[in-house]
Design a binder for this molecule. Structure first.
Ligand SMILES: *[C@@H]1O[C@H](CO)[C@@H](O)[C@H](O)[C@H]1NC(C)=O
Ligand SMILES: *[C@@H]1O[C@H](CO)[C@@H](O)[C@H](O)[C@H]1NC(C)=O
Length: 212
C-alpha cells in the first residue's frame, strides 16, 4: 500500500501521540512508586473536623470539633514548638461529662476547660511537632470522600494528606487521650497565623490542679 506524504505525517503524528502518552503513563506510575516528600504541617492553621472517638468500651462518640494550631521557633531553645486548641462539641473524652462542649488546650501542659472546670489532664506536653510525619512510612495512594490522598503510617498513627496539596490533611487515625482510637475527618484547612489569645487560659481561674 502506498501512502501519501500527508497520510505518512498523520500516521507518524498519531504514533508520536501514542508514544508520548505511554511515556507519560509510565512516568506517572514510576513517580508514584517512590514516596512523595512527607507532609510538614503549616506554621498556623485552623479547621473544622468530624471526629469519631472510640472510648475504652469501644463505644463510638461522633462529634464536631474546631482545631487551631500555631507553631513558632521564637522559643528559648530556637526549636519549633506548637500550641494546639481543640473545641469539642458533644464529647470530652471522659471529662466534663454533662457539658455540651469543652476546650482542650495543649500549651506545655494539656488543659481541659469547660463550664466550672479548668484542670491539667497531662503535664509537660507540647503540641504535636510540625514534622511528626518525618519518619512516616508511605502506604500508597487512596481515595477518601472523592479526594486522592497519600496514606501515611507512623507508629500507632495513620494520616492521609491530599496528593496535590500535601499541606491539606484529610484524615487522621490514632490514639488520643483516654481514647484507644479516633478517626478525624478534617474539613478544608485554613492556613494562616492564629491569634495567640486563642491559647490563653481563662482569666482569674485556678487551672493548676490535675483533672479528676
Ligand atoms: C525560624 O525558622 C525560620 C524558617 O525556617 C528561619 O528562617 C529562622 O532562622 C528560624 N529562627 C530561629 C530563631 O531559629
Ligand atoms: C451528669 O448528669 C447525671 C444525670 O443527668 C448525673 O447522674 C451525674 O452525676 C452527672 N455527672 C456529673 C459529673 O455531674
Amino acid at each position: 500500500m502506498q501512502l501519501t506524504l500527508e497520510e505518512h505525517t498523520t500516521k507518524i503524528s498519531h504514533m508520536l501521540k501514542v508514544i508520548i502518552l505511554l511515556a507519560l503513563v509510565t512516568f506517572a506510575v514510576c513517580e508514584r512508586e517512590t514516596p512523595p516528600s512527607r507532609p510538614l504541617w503549616p506554621d498556623g492553621f485552623r479547621t473544622q473536623a468530624i471526629i469519631t472517638a472510640f472510648d475504652e468500651n469501644n463505644q463510638p462518640h461522633a462529634h464536631r470539633s474546631l482545631f487551631y494550631y500555631a507553631y513558632t521557633n521564637k522559643t528559648a531553645s530556637g526549636r519549633w514548638q506548637g500550641n494546639e486548641r481543640h473545641d469539642h462539641f458533644g464529647y470530652c473524652y471522659g471529662w466534663a461529662l454533662n457539658e455540651s462542649s469543652c476546650t482542650i488546650l495543649i500549651t506545655q501542659d494539656v488543659y481541659i476547660i469547660a463550664r466550672n472546670l479548668c484542670c491539667i489532664a497531662m503535664p509537660g506536653n507540647f503540641g504535636v511537632p510540625r514534622d511528626w510525619l518525618k519518619g512516616a512510612t508511605w502506604l500508597g495512594i487512596e481515595q477518601i470522600h472523592g479526594r486522592t490522598v497519600d496514606h501515611w503510617y507512623s507508629w500507632e498513627h495513620e494520616y492521609w494528606s491530599e496528593v496535590d496539596e500535601p499541606r491539606n490533611g484529610v484524615r487522621y487515625s490514632g490514639p488520643n487521650f483516654k481514647t484507644p482510637r479516633q478517626f478525624t475527618d478534617y474539613d478544608a484547612w485554613e492556613i494562616a497565623p492564629q491569634d495567640p489569645h486563642l491559647f490563653d487560659l481563662p482569666k482569674n481561674t485556678d487551672c493548676s490542679q490535675p483533672c479528676p
